[in-house]
Design a protein around this ligand. Sequence first.
Ligand code: NAP
Length: 375
Amino acid sequence: MKFELQLSQSGILENSRIKFYFPKLWLHLSQLLAPAANSNYAIPVWKATTGSTKFCGGIDAAMGWLWGKSSNGFGASTTAEEATEGIDASGLTAVVTGAFKGIGVHTARTLAKRGAHVIMAGRNLTDGAAARQGILNDIPEAKVEVMELDLASFDSVRAFAKEYSRKDLPLNILINNAGVMGNPFTLSKDGIELQFATNHLGHFLLTNLLLDNLKTTAQSSGVEGRIVNVSSMAHAWTYSGGIRWGKLNEEKGYQAMKAYGQSKVANICHAKELARRLKEEKANVTANSLHPGGISTDLQRHMNVLGAAMRLVGLFMKTVPQGAATACYVALHPNVKGVSGEYFNNCNIAQPSSNAMNSEIAKRLWDVSVEMTSK
Ligand SMILES: NC(=O)c1ccc[n+]([C@@H]2O[C@H](COP(=O)([O-])OP(=O)(O)OC[C@H]3O[C@@H](n4cnc5c(N)ncnc54)[C@H](OP(=O)(O)O)[C@@H]3O)[C@@H](O)[C@H]2O)c1
């Protein structure tokens, strides 16, 4: 992992919010924790003592959050604007799902600010119109449009792809950002557990339906296409074995947060297996996944305790512009050219859980997803 300790001349770690708000507390903390401040050190120690890669994502996040920026100049405090500073995305076309709220709207705004033509996809067109107007108020020249997409419905995903193709738009960047978290057991319109349906299967189908466009756009423009799956460090808290094979839609044994973790393992495995396939085909398209950070948004709406806690500690969490940074970085930054199949956190490559790195899980998930989306 790439975090390196950044010491200021006074020997105190830079870029910490604790340092800013509670300088004395920070002084003690930084002295106490300095030896473990680099993930290069903390993760191997964790693995050696526990024999497990579980929570490595959490360690990365904690290190990144506490110690700010890594050697590439980006870190937990980096905003989407900073991560894409100086990048000219004009001529590129991007689809961002779940772009009407939260991290997605800021991701769309940042890509548009850099000149990309952004298609904001979501299910509530009234929210979409408001989100689009908000962007246009700040950036009058932004090329942003809104399209209807309900990821929890295969029909809606197919209708979106059809409409996209009818518009004859190219596609350089697909950001699979939309998500739900921790809802009580619910089945989607297609009879699939809602978190798996929305967070994984809807995006799996969407990506497959837009893939030819991504490949041909990359081929004709000579510009690498990029697929970005917004996962979460919560992927580490999935069911045992990663995926509840054969019981995906069973209410018995359903645990809301484990089901969320499962869908987020699926986001990472999807990107890894897709990246493998794209490499095999020698397609000029990459696929990566990421953890955006902990940000207080509507995502926590089903989580009374967690939501309240996140609001309470909001001061110490990422802001929405910081939460959009890694997605924008992976989608646009030249550092990421040719990088595929990786998991990012705080604009750096990070290590996900062992389930998420398991290529057998990724292959099996691919086959199961093809089967489930073919119905
Ligand atoms: N916030 C965090 O701390 C955090 C941490 C780790 C990972 N993430 C990930 O970051 C991504 C964005 O989350 P966020 O925090 O920005 O949450 P958010 O504010 O709740 O935004 C999620 C977006 O996804 C949309 N969405 C939900 N179900 C959909 C469906 N069936 N079809 C189409 N769009 C749908 C929502 O639209 P509606 O308004 O219509 O519901 C909303 O626009 C998610 O993938 C989440 O898992 C977030």
